[in-house]
Design a protein around this ligand. Structure first.
Ligand code: B16
Ligand code: MG
Length: 217
């Protein structure tokens, strides 16, 4: 069996993408930029600063702000987002995830988190999932965003396992590309991803028996 399973957060453990969207839509609107949920999809797995750059580019306002102004805009978005996280309870854990984490404990398979969100520790706390994770990669210490494998390699490193002995789970294309580049085996959640070693439609299909069968292929 695999030595460890490394999870993405947003879209795999809980659906915070909608809360990110509401905060970005408000901030973008204040700058005269309109974004919709389809555009929001392209921000999944992308860091806060890079997301803002993409929004500005989308609105044709790429060069309109200084670095300091952009930092203020990103901080405003984060304040709105953090405020909306107050609505997050253990009920927001996606279907099947708590059961899977618990099964991995029984199987003595290590668990890691590879989220680029600086709010990830607070989110795990709100979902009451912190005790299920052996190691969470620190997003603040990551230099290169997904699709670079850096954050997945940092998670394997922290778990003291080689990537070849691990499975990574992602819902974003940039994330699948990052897992594949790390040498781990990739599991994708969703129907639009390409290149995943195993593709499952929703987290409900993410069970230990399914992952175990996949590992033995
Ligand atoms: P924060 P993941 C990502 O989480 C989100 O998908 C992405 O939309 C967000 O911009 C990023 O975290 C940074 O989040 O602003 O909270 O630091 O998919 O890597 O778990
Ligand atoms: Mg994600």
């Amino acid at each position: 069996k695999p030595l460890a399973i490394v999870f993405d957060l947003d879209g795999v453990i809980t659906d915070t993408a909608h809360l990110h969207f509401l905060a970005w839509r408000k901030v973008a609107g204040e700058l005269g930029i309109v974004i919709d949920e389809v555009f929001n999809d392209s921000l999944k797995g992308i860091s806060r600063g890079e997301s803002l750059l993409r929004i500005l580019r989308h609105g044709g306002k790429e060069g309109a702000f200084t670095r300091a102004e952009r930092e203020q805009i990103a901080a405003r978005k984060n304040a709105l987002y953090v405020d909306s996280l107050r609505t997050l309870t253990p009920q927001a854990v996606l279907p099947g995830i708590r059961e899977l984490l618990s099964a991995l404990r029984s199987e003595q398979i290590k668990t890691g988190l590879a989220s680029v969100s600086l709010n990830a520790p607070a989110i795990l706390q709100a979902l009451q999932l912190t005790p299920y994770f052996d190691f969470c990669a620190d997003a603040a210490r990551i230099q290169r965003s997904k699709p670079d494998p850096e954050i997945f390699l940092a998670a394997c490193n922290g778990l003291h396992v080689s990537p070849q002995a691990c499975i990574g789970i992602e819902d974003a294309q940039a994330g699948i590309d990052a897992i594949n580049a790390s040498g781990m085996r990739s599991v994708g959640i969703g129907s639009t991803l390409t290149g995943a070693d195993l593709l499952l439609p929703t987290t409900e299909f993410l069970t230990w028996p399914r992952l175990s069968a996949f590992w033995q292929l």
